[in-house]
Ligand binder design. Structure first.
Ligand code: ZN
Length: 434
């Protein structure tokens, strides 16, 4: 297997083990521990050593990872890659729907902006975390993953929805999204039925279960496809592919010996605007960087100087050109799959890129012999955004928004290019070591 195929398979394995943002962070933590990273608790005092490897998890699903360089942070700054751990989809509501016409169904909220039609007719399962009363009378939590087809959103037959191929599949969010779980059991309340399922899966008594954060996910594993296996598909490529590229770049002994301080910051809640205590618009990353300064006994001005000397790569997927829909794109800015990472530019700063950070990223690509592309959205379509502008604004750090070309962004099954993932890892490694 070539390097690139191996790296792509590593990404798919990561995604398939990460059916929720909390699972993604727990898989990342395992990888970090294998490289001798030390967990830090936000409630404890931090004792940091130059050359040390650390990570901080906030509320299970956001993580900041850093490797302290031997150079003073005021001089070398922080080299940061930012990305997000969450993906759009369906989140289970707290109360299970009363049995409707003989079925138990799970009511859902739409999280972010998924392409809802892609959730129909898939073998869906459930994952996330539950909180429960523990033996000491406190509240504990644990991850849960059913890991088998459990739920479904069956389409209507075409005979009952004749217009579907002309009008598209439109799902009314309140009435038409609840997921089928089981035939109703006579005399059993739906809430009780669901709690019993959770008990079976986790071993925690249903009477002790107090709350949950659960999302539906597709049980189909990632796959390589195309005549030469040059593409891959999976759920959550936006944005676990960027988290994975950053990790593959970082977790290499030669990179980890860096003189500068390297940081990876992966946030939950990007798809709903980042405004939360663990989102990019919260204080998580600023607080960690500040505490690195305190622990090193840097003066306040040193931290400001460190930020001024820092650089952020905000990595999130880009819209790949789909040749069947040429009119959806600016004809001069087509991001082609397997043609290299995309630098995203937007005059309204929906992307944080400016000409200097754009040039810097382009230069790293050239030094690595990696092709790169530039993307600008159609002027007559609203442009999405990323954690880049928020993080860059909060910290005053120069930043570039980049990402690999992705087909079907926010579908339950997205796809992208094997070579692009390889290229992105190479450029990120160059960033960390330059
Ligand atoms: Zn994204």
């Amino acid at each position: 297997m070539t390097d690139a195929l191996h790296q792509a398979q590593q990404l798919l394995d990561f995604i398939d083990a990460s059916p929720s943002p909390s699972h993604a962070v727990s898989v990342i933590v395992e990888k970090l521990l294998a490289f001798h990273f030390i967990p830090l608790d936000e409630k404890s005092k931090w004792d940091l050593q130059a050359g040390g490897r650390y990570f901080v998890v906030r509320d299970d699903s956001s993580i900041v990872i850093f490797v302290l360089g031997h150079q003073a942070i005021a001089d070398s700054g922080f080299k940061i890659i930012g990305a997000h751990t969450d993906s759009p989809g369906l989140r289970i509501k707290p109360n299970i729907s009363a049995g409707a016409d003989g079925f138990f169904r799970l009511g859902v909220e739409v999280y972010g902006s998924p392409i809802l039609a892609t959730f129909a007719d898939r073998d869906l399962s459930l994952a996330g975390r539950i909180s429960y009363q523990d033996a000491d009378g406190g509240v504990s939590r644990c991850l849960v993953n059913f890991d088998r087809p459990l739920l479904r959103l069956p389409n209507l037959a075409i005979h009952l929805n004749r217009g579907v191929n002309d009008d598209g599949l439109k799902l009314q969010k309140q009435m038409e999204l609840p997921l089928l779980l089981a035939r109703a059991v006579e005399g059993q309340l739906p809430q009780d039925y669901f709690l019993a399922l959770l008990e079976q899966q986790t071993g925690i008594g249903k009477a002790a279960i107090l709350s949950w954060e659960l999302n539906a996910y597709d049980t189909q594993k990632g796959s390589l496809w195309g005549a030469n296996s040059e593409f891959f598909s999976d759920s959550q490529l936006d944005n676990l592919a960027s988290c994975d590229a950053a990790l593959q770049a970082l977790l290499d002994e030669s990179v980890l010996q860096s003189d500068a301080t390297l940081v990876c910051a992966f946030f939950d809640h990007e798809e709903i605007g980042s405004e939360s205590k663990k989102g990019a618009d919260g204080n998580f990353l600023p607080d960690v960087l500040m505490r690195i300064g305190y622990a090193l006994e840097a003066e306040h001005e040193d931290v400001s100087r460190a930020l001024a000397n820092s650089f952020l790569i905000s990595a999130d997927m880009a819209h790949a050109y789909q040749p069947n829909f040429p009119n959806a794109y600016d004809a001069d800015h087509k991001a082609l799959v397997n043609n290299g990472p995309v630098i995203k530019v937007n005059a309204s700063q929906r992307y944080s890129t400016e000409s200097l950070s754009e040039a810097q990223f382009a230069q790293w690509c050239e030094l690595e012999n990696v092709p790169y592309q530039k993307y600008s959205h159609r002027c007559d379509l609203p442009c999405g955004t990323t954690i880049g502008p928020i993080t860059s604004a909060k910290l005053g750090i120069r930043s570039v928004d980049v990402g690999n070309p992705l087909w079907a962004m926010h579908s339950i099954r997205e796809s992208a290019g094997v070579l692009d993932h390889h290229y992105m890892i190479k450029v990120m490694r160059r960033f960390f070591t330059s």
